[in-house]
Ligand binder design. Structure first.
Ligand code: MG
Ligand code: MG
Length: 629
């Protein structure tokens, strides 16, 4: 598989783009004309920079509004093409992408277009160039790859071929099977893009909302399998127009692109081994079995505060690390690690972010295979010195720079709590019925959200829930849940569009994206509420107005509504079941702890309650801009 990406897909100037594309390991690059026009140098300079970086120029694009024109526009279009051929020869680009015309004066007719392409192909061939024809989903007369192929077929000239673009085919729901009948050697390049399943104008959706394969909802894998069935073995080229990417870092977006292509090819290869795609070997997608632990980096004062909170939540101090300033709190299957060690990565994380969850420990079946898959997909390994008697726990760096550890039974890693920690006697704390971690929420700038999504969905077997808008009184936070098929791992990714939302403020104040939210599960929210109260826990106080509305909205028994109100428990319901939530006031710069009970298979996360609890949490926070104490 040879990989390519269009310069339009990432941010920066042309030099930055080419450097980032080369660094991510792509073989080729499509030069998008506007990037060239904005570049302050000659076409030869661009060609040299690309080739010096090891990149082949796979395509020059786009050439618009060419076919089906009446005279005199037709002659002018050919003159225009000759000028671009001059430019391509200077660049060292051999293939021109011609997209189907949107010109109001263009005339229809397959044979007319085929004749135009034959004439253009003859001119291109004289210079050793080729032209490829792509059907835009909103083309005036040609908006379907089947029509574009028929035009190419009738043009019947070796230097005229077809360009396929997954977005145009999939967004219009054109039969993918029709691709299989096209001879692979008549396809000059294949462009890949995904997109979210939102109903909107196709042109607008294409120009602003395309994303990397795996980040959206289109069946790009099916498309790719059909392409592979033609025998096509040329470049797979990402062409992504996305507003988030325009503001992102060129290197990380380029790296995401490479990750998405590797993920896509691995997926197609697994489902259809008979296609014999040349794909780097990697372990299969990983079934995550849950959150094994969360680890806080903090200092002694922060550790005292955390310890106080955890004890009011019914956690007991269950162990001290044999050689480091690290303690373990447990309740049910939940393990919380508090790290105040002055050496190691936790200290670095604390120095940058303050008290924060710097590491997430996930339970998997095979930790080594998980790291091997993550690394094959471009994740950065994480290793630090292992002390005497300590286990080397496999880990990678997450998108925001935090650490993701993997724990399994098969290599004995799940014994780490007995091996590295001495048991402590903590008689004082009564269990509050918390059983496991229901979900972990990570907050980030909206622009980074797709990177996080791709990180998790490429490594793990996951289902994506539809993205929801969480209404913060100060703005929208986009929330995307990722779940393992059995619900053992649930992560919510929260993308903040501004710094005034609770999520945005947290990202700003903690200097980067991080775990902001942990939800502990209970099997009996009312028993847990009573136990917490006895332990001195102060729940987040909800407005009585909220309970009047909940009672009316869901038709709740007034006694239940009263009881919810007395305990400050929030309520939601979906077609599967009920959801109960009990929040603590936000901690520090907006760290959120909640206790939840799911009854009857409720699938959501209480998003309808978010505006009300966020408002209550924000009332209690230090006003933004005031000094920290
Ligand atoms: Mg395209
Ligand atoms: Mg939650």
């Amino acid at each position: 598989m040879k990989s390519s990406i269009a310069t339009v897909s990432i941010s920066g100037d042309l030099t930055e783009k080419l450097a980032a594309i080369a660094a991510a390991g792509f073989d080729g690059v499509e030069i998008f004309e506007n990037d060239f026009l904005a570049f302050d140098g000659t076409p030869r300079d661009v060609g040299r920079i690309a080739r010096d970086a090891g990149l082949e120029i796979t395509c020059f694009q786009p050439f618009r509004d060419f076919e089906g024109l009446p005279e005199p526009q037709r002659s002018r279009a050919f003159d225009r093409a000759e000028r671009k051929f001059d430019l391509m020869q200077e660049l060292g680009a051999e293939l021109m992408l011609v997209c189907s015309s949107v010109s109001p004066v263009a005339l229809g007719g397959i044979d007319r277009a085929a004749g135009d392409f034959r004439a253009l192909g003859e001119r291109a061939a004289k210079r050793g160039l080729r032209v490829g024809y792509e059907a835009l989903a909103w083309g005036r007369h040609v908006s379907d790859h089947r029509d574009a192929w028929e035009i190419v077929r009738r043009a019947d000239y070796p230097s005229v071929g077809l360009i396929l673009d997954s977005f145009h085919t999939l967004a219009r729901k054109i039969d993918i099977g029709s691709i299989r009948a096209i001879p692979g050697d008549r396809i000059f390049i294949v462009q890949l893009a995904d997109a979210p399943s939102v109903e909107m104008d196709l042109l607008y959706r294409s120009r602003h909302f395309r994303n990397m394969p795996g980040e959206g909802d289109l069946p790009v894998g099916e498309f790719m399998a059909a392409v592979a069935a033609t025998g096509y073995d040329g470049y797979l080229s990402l062409e992504i127009f996305n507003d988030q990417f325009r503001g992102g870092s060129p290197t990380s977006i380029a790296a995401d692109g490479k990750r998405s292509l590797l993920w896509l090819m691995d997926q197609v290869n697994r489902e259809r081994p008979a296609l014999r795609l040349g794909v780097p070997a990697m372990p299969p997608p990983v079934a995550a079995l849950g959150v094994e632990f969360l680890e806080f980096a903090t200092d002694p004062a922060g550790a005292a505060n955390l310890g106080g909170l955890l004890s009011t939540l019914g956690f007991r101090l269950a162990g001290r690390h044999l050689s480091k300033d690290v303690v373990l709190y447990r309740q049910g299957d939940i393990k919380i690690v508090v790290n105040t060690d002055r050496d190691g990565f936790a200290r670095t994380a604390f120095n940058v972010h303050g008290t924060s969850v710097y590491a997430l420990g996930l339970k998997v079946d095979d930790a080594a295979a998980t790291v091997a898959r993550a690394r094959a997909l471009g994740a950065e390994p994480f290793e630090q010195a292992v002390g005497p008697g300590e286990l080397a726990i496999p880990a990678v760096r997450g998108v925001g720079g935090g650490v993701v550890y993997f724990i399994d039974d098969r290599s004995g890693l799940s014994r780490v709590w007995d091996v590295e920690f001495s048991a402590t006697e903590d008689e004082g704390t009564a269990d509050a019925g918390l059983t496991r971690i229901d979900h972990v929420g990570q907050s980030m700038d909206y622009g980074e959200m797709l990177s996080w999504l791709l990180f998790y969905t490429s490594i793990f077997r996951t289902d994506k829930a539809p993205m929801v808008d969480v209404i913060d009184p100060s703005g929208i936070v986009r929330s995307q849940a990722i779940e393992s098929p059995d619900g053992l791992l649930r992560l919510t990714l929260n993308g903040a569009e501004n710094r005034r939302t609770l999520a945005g403020r947290f990202v700003a104040e903690s200097f980067g994206s991080a775990v902001q939210h942990v939800a502990f599960a209970t099997d009996d929210i009312f028993a847990t509420a009573a136990a917490l109260k006895a332990a001195g826990f102060e729940p987040l106080k909800m407005s009585p107005n909220y309970y009047d509305d909940v009672e009316a909205r869901f038709g709740l028994d007034p006694d239940l509504a009263d009881r919810l109100g007395r305990e400050n428990i929030l309520y939601d319901r979906d077609e599967h079941g009920e959801y109960f939530q009990l929040y603590a006031p936000a901690i520090g710069e907006g760290f959120i702890v909640e206790v939840v009970e799911r009854r009857g298979g409720y699938r959501g996360y209480g998003a309808p309650n978010a505006p009300f609890r966020i408002a209550a949490q924000k009332r209690l926070l230090r006003p933004a801009g005031m000094p920290k104490v």
